[in-house]
Design a protein around this ligand. Structure first.
Ligand code: C5P
Length: 283
């Protein structure tokens, strides 16, 4: 029987994202608060006899070749550990792509964690984090099994926020826009960001409403005015007290008190047929 492993791969939101400076390597030093949420893809890893890595997905939005971050994760482990057998990765996609929800990064982390078990590699968390950082800035967060974490440097240096115990409910809206991260950072460099002071993330458990901030919003709004529209509709029409873009967009989320309130607001914006709307909670 071939060895098979099914793993879940969660999305994230950024509750806070401040950019500190641009680095000589082109990346940006930042300070961000990640939250893991209850929206996930499912990955099935299966050993196959032929030596290749094969990606199969129900989604037309992701590449099923070596451009896929899950493929790259499998490829570096396969090479480093001289694994001869091939691997099939089935990706059941629920997390929208190009939305700032970390779907690709999460898939890559799930492959690292899954193959560590499937191939019995015995990699420590430190080693896994090393691989994660090579794959992308957001991959490391998903190596940790924690609901909230502070990310610094490129976002890959993670400190779990263990004292943050509260679980949050959100309404999450994803317009039909694929916002490439690189492009949003480039736009940010051209025009600088939001010209307001950010709140602070210090304190044992700050009031989440007070930290909500994303320095990349203005750049993303300039590039994709529809993302600003989503935020405005959520604030002015749907009656949300707060709304924030996640990561480099295009998803916008708001805090709600309960699943029930989330569903009520979802109903109010249900006429926007090309929006994907989710009610999610901290995971
Ligand atoms: O690390 P990752 O491959 O996810 O980053 C995608 C792009 O986003 C980078 O090529 C870079 O342009 C930009 N980026 C950045 N600073 C970060 C993270 C990402 O400039 N901290």
């Amino acid at each position: 029987m071939p060895k098979v492993l099914k793993v879940s791969s969660s999305a994230k939101l950024n509750l806070y994202l401040e950019i500190l400076d641009r680095r000589p390597d082109g990346y940006h030093n930042l300070r961000t608060v990640f939250e893991r949420i209850s929206l996930n893809d499912t990955l099935t890893l299966k050993e196959i006899d032929s030596p290749e890595i094969r990606i199969i997905s129900d989604s037309k939005d992701i590449p099923c070749d070596s451009r896929n971050l899950a493929y790259k994760a499998a490829e570096i482990l396969k090479e480093d550990f001289g694994i001869e057998k091939g691997l099939e990765i089935r990706i059941k996609k629920m997390i929208p792509v190009g939305a700032g929800l970390g779907g690709g990064s999460s898939n890559a982390a799930s492959v690292l964690l899954g193959l560590n078990r499937l191939w019995r590699l015995g990699l420590s968390r430190g080693r896994l984090l090393g691989y994660a950082a090579r794959l992308g800035s957001d991959v490391s967060f998903f190596i940790y099994n924690c609901p909230y974490a502070l990310g610094t440097s490129r976002g890959e240096k993670i400190r779990p926020l263990k004292s943050w115990k509260k679980r949050l409910w959100h309404i999450l809206v994803v317009p039909k826009i694929n916002a490439p991260t690189k492009e949003i950072y480039r736009e940010f460099d051209k025009g600088r960001g939001l010209n307001v002071k950010a709140g602070t993330t210090r304190g044992r458990y700050p009031n989440v409403k007070e930290i909500l901030f994303n320095r990349l919003e203005e750049a993303a709004f300039r590039r994709y005015p529809q993302v600003r529209e989503v935020k405005e509709i959520l604030l002015k029409e749907a009656g949300l007290e707060n709304a924030l873009m996640s990561g480099s967009g295009s998803a916008v989320f708001g805090l709600v008190d309960s699943r029930k309130e989330g569903l009520k607001i979802a109903k109010r914006v249900s006429r926007f047929k090309d929006w994907k709307i989710f009610v999610v909670k901290t995971k």
